[in-house]
Design a protein around this ligand. Structure first.
Ligand code: NDP
Ligand code: 8X3
Length: 250
């Protein structure tokens, strides 16, 4: 039977690549984001795949609930939810950050993710099948200068994902926290507020993970046999690793 995937933030980066991956395998797709032109373009690109586009801001709780409640019968039974919509804003030290940026990250990466999950999870439990994939980050595990609030939101995603598993024990619903490292998408352009040159510097001289790589990981994790749960998946390019502890010497 044809399965349905619901992807938030499908207008760019990981979300778009995931839409392409699932469409190729004949899934039904619910694709969301704020940029309607991009959603429509993607729907045309994926035709004749069955695609439903929903334009809303995940920070808007009522809009999230209304979007899920509006799903027509043929798209209503979600097999895979990918909570992908998210962003980082700024790389300044905490004491110099714009509090509005912190609020936007918390509202999007934490609150938006919980609104969508809470709206979709009861159906999965009732049908005793489903898979929630959350986009965490290595930034949720490993601290780095300027990661402050962004890393904090992704640490929430990690713990929330594991706590979901605790609550879902006894059901067949699966949960995966995917934690990517350096990946080239629109992520850094957004982080640096449109400064493409600053964004390009992040990836200069490296071979970062691509959106297609991430789509492959998500597709793999969600198509394993039903008794297997990938709790978390950390993925970094070969060109990225860990440094020593930083020590200040006076
Ligand atoms: P992109 O900037 O390329 O894509 C982000 C997507 O999120 C867009 O489709 C955007 O759609 C959507 N989005 C952002 N804010 C909102 C909002 N308020 N409401 C609805 N949709 C929103 O970034 P990536 O693909 O790289 O990032 C996807 C996820 O992966 C994020 O959660 C990010 O934190 C995480 N991640 C990224 C890494 C990277 O290095 N790229 C590494 C680790 C994790 P629109 O603007 O149309 O609303
Ligand atoms: C994105 C990866 O290292 O830029 O979550 O925070 S990083």
């Amino acid at each position: 039977m044809q399965k349905t995937v619901f992807i938030t933030g499908a207008t760019a980066g990981f979300g778009k690549a995931m839409a392409e991956r699932y469409a190729r395998e004949g899934w039904r797709l619910v694709l969301t984001g704020r940029r309607n032109d991009r959603l429509e373009e993607l729907k045309n690109e994926l035709a004749p795949a069955p695609v439903l586009t929903l334009r809303f801001d995940v920070r808007d709780r009522a809009a999230c609930e209304a979007a899920v409640a509006s799903l027509p019968a043929d798209f209503a039974d979600i097999d895979v939810l990918v909570n992908n919509a998210g962003l980082a804003l700024g790389l300044e030290p905490a004491q110099a950050c714009d509090l509005n940026d912190w609020e936007t990250m918390i509202d999007t990466n934490i609150k938006g993710l919980t609104y969508i999950t809470r709206a979709i999870l009861p159906g999965m439990v009732a049908r005793n099948t489903g898979h929630v994939v959350n986009l965490g980050s290595v930034a949720g595990t490993y601290p780095y200068p300027g990661g402050n609030c962004y890393g904090g939101t992704k640490a929430f995603v990690n713990q929330f994902s594991k706590n979901l598993l605790a609550d879902l024990l006894g059901t067949k619903v699966r949960v995966t926290n995917l934690e990517p490292g350096l990946c080239e998408t629109e992520f850094s352009v957004v982080r640096f507020k449109g400064d493409k040159a600053a964004a390009d510097k992040v990836y200069a001289g490296t071979s970062p993970i691509t959106a297609t790589d991430i789509a492959e990981c998500v597709y793999w994790a969600t198509t394993l046999p039903a008794h297997v749960n990938i709790n978390s998946m950390e993925i970094m390019p070969v060109d990225q690793a860990f440094g020593p502890f930083a020590i200040h010497r006076s």
